[in-house]
Design a protein around this ligand. Sequence first.
Ligand code: ATP
Length: 328
Amino acid sequence: MTVPAIDIEGLTKFYGDVRGVEDLDLTVPEGELFGFLGPNGAGKSTTIRLILGFLKPTEGTASVLGVPIDDREAFIDVRNDIGHIPGDPQFYDDVTGRKTLDYLASLSGDERREELLERFPVPLDRPVRGYSRGNRQKLAIVQAFMHEPRLVVMDEPTSGLDPLVQQEFYEFLREERDRGVSVFFSTHILSEVREVCDQVAIIRKGRLVAVEHIDDLLERSGKVVTVQTPDTIDIADFDFEETIDARIEPDGSLRLVISGNYDGLVDALERYDIDDLEVRETAIEDVFMHFYDAENGDESAGAREGTDDDHPVGDDSEPEDAEEVADA
Ligand SMILES: Nc1ncnc2c1ncn2[C@@H]1O[C@H](COP(=O)(O)OP(=O)(O)OP(=O)(O)O)[C@@H](O)[C@H]1O
């Protein structure tokens, strides 16, 4: 029986009165690219910090690669099988990229630094202080993967990367997945979810609202059909079982979202002259937007400020606030 890469049960974290996450249940299977999506302040970083043992849950538990996060000793061992890219990777600024990697390699190992640096090159002999945001992120990628982890957990890993490097990183992630590596990452970028994820979990206001295979999600989300006709459209003609949404656009065209077969549509269109007809996949934005609330904005509003944990990457086991776990 294979052990899930991550198994979360009833995980809850309150920062004083502020809810980080509440009653989260989630299983991330081994060998999948698993996306974690949600608006600002939804609880993504909190979840990531909990499963890496940097924060102590208020309730509930999780296992990572089969090891419960509250089994401190076993968890320290399993950390070597985990790679991590924090939300805002911090390094010791006066140290060069090369020395940074040497140091991190001495802690966790280094099986493939050269290969990774070829794909994600950084100015190795310059102090990290002078690195651009993108180069910092590439250094974070190299350190997260160089010890051949079985699981990599990443908090918005493509922020700061230019589009070409992003594409290279997506390709790299797919290759890693095909080699059996499990990847769990938070993101705001909807197209990224579509491009690389096998499954996605969506979190809002600290609670899980959906876990979906991307293919199923897109299948259920249907196709968008746009029809231009000189005739007056009776929207009731297009209300068949497969219709998810039907509306007349401001330019007078008919826009339908249809899931399933097109028989009803073809029959209905016989009543009209057609100037133009377009069928396209539903934009991922439309697929996900109904999971977000129009008024959500920044869900962290009202929460305590200035308590983020931006430790240097090699030092993220050093908690900075009293609530964090002392020996993560
Ligand atoms: N150290 C902390 N102290 C107090 N409240 C916190 C702390 N960290 C997070 N929170 C609060 O917990 C909630 C979840 O925050 P979290 O950072 O986990 O969300 P997120 O989904 O990662 O957001 P973003 O997409 O903006 O990074 C928010 O209301 C946030 O303000």
